[in-house]
Design a protein around this ligand. Structure first.
Ligand code: CP
Length: 341
């Protein structure tokens, strides 16, 4: 059986092949019914230890990794950074090496700096799973988005996907752009010019179905790639992106990552880029709406859109548990699509 990811770390989507991604999604599909059982537990990871090391706030990702570990019978430990020796001046790498000395099988890490999971992977015996690193990647978010799309559209290949919002600061956008284009979807991104640089079209190249050999953080890597607007197109207006789209993915305005005024006011942003029913009506009649959360109602998405039958925002959260079960299972030695239940 082909290994799902190099050294069993999941550092990003960029270094995965289309076959890797499909294998993870198929494995997640096998796991998804466990969460619907009365007794939501299988012994697949009995005896394994998972450490959740979150340096940034999280509701969905942290909870679903913990639930995923517990539903697979692993021992799950959450490190509270505020209560750890990091607050006494210990370096990140020393903390990681000390945790690694306790022989966990997998460390799940979220950090505000791009590349932290890659650094940890160099010093750790445990598999490292990236739960979001700065503006670089959020691979399990893209995988759960893909699972949501696949469950509702039956495919990803040839779909038109609009991603709207703060693309510049979004690890969700980067991971989704890599994943969706590797699986044959066409992606259009839209937002204020200050938050959607035109050179984003260089983020994917024509080798999009080939694993990138060097799994380094992607920041800046698109400068050497070949622009391919058939796969990824930057649109000036939200209407250009949503017109005829099968999937509309709305991103949060990330004030915490913005070091400058990228637009005059939130109200102005909402007027020009907020997803309303009128703008959604430009998409295909059966278009679906995704948002990774946390959501700012009335800013990037109108409340009536968020609560409509076309919105699959809570389905995304539901599939997040299955995807993280699959990722933990594969990262700790499981094989793809095997019957684990
Ligand atoms: N989508 C996402 O990563 O949400 P959290 O920040 O709540 O984990």
């Amino acid at each position: 059986m082909e290994k799902p990811f190099r050294r069993r770390d999941l550092l990003g989507i960029r270094n995965l092949t289309a076959a890797d991604i499909t294998g993870i999604l198929d494995t997640a599909e096998n796991f998804s019914e466990i969460s619907a059982r009365e007794v939501k537990k299988v012994p697949a990871l009995r005896g394994k230890t998972i450490i959740n090391l979150f340096f940034e706030a999280s509701t969905r990702t942290r909870t679903s990794f913990e639930l995923a570990a517990k539903r697979l019978s692993a021992d799950a430990v959450n490190i509270s950074v505020a209560a750890s020796s990091l607050s006494k001046g210990e370096t990140l790498l020393d903390t990681a090496m000390n945790l690694d000395a306790m022989a966990p099988d997998c460390i799940v890490v979220r950090h505000s700096s791009a590349g932290v999971p890659h650094q940890l992977a160099k010093v750790s015996q445990a598999a490292i799973v990236n739960a979001g690193d700065g503006a670089n990647e959020h691979p399990t978010q893209a995988l759960l988005d893909a699972m949501t799309i696949r469950e509702h559209k039956g495919k990803i290949d040839s779909l038109e996907v609009a991603i709207v919002g703060d693309i510049l600061h979004s690890r969700v956008a980067r991971s989704n752009i890599h994943l969706l284009t590797k699986l044959g979807a066409k992606v259009r991104v839209a937002g204020p010019g200050t938050l959607v640089p035109k050179d984003f079209e260089y983020l994917v190249d024509q080798q999009y179905n080939v694993a990138v050999r060097d799994p380094q953080p992607v920041i800046g890597e698109h400068r050497s790639a070949v622009r391919n607007p058939h796969l990824l197109k930057v649109c000036p207006h939200i209407e250009d992106a949503t017109d005829g789209a099968d999937v509309v993915m709305i991103l949060r305005i990330q004030r915490e990552r913005q070091d400058a005024a990228y637009f005059p006011t939130l109200r102005e942003y909402s007027i020009h880029y907020g997803l309303t029913n009128e703008r959604l009506d430009l998409a295909k009649r059966d278009a679906i709406v995704l948002h990774p959360g946390p959501m700012n109602r009335g800013i990037e998405i109108a409340s009536d859109v968020a609560d409509s039958s076309r919105s699959l925002i809570l389905d995304q959260v539901k599939y997040g548990v299955a995807v993280r079960m699959a990722v933990l299972y594969l990262a700790t030695g499981g094989t793809m699509s095997a019957d684990q239940t």
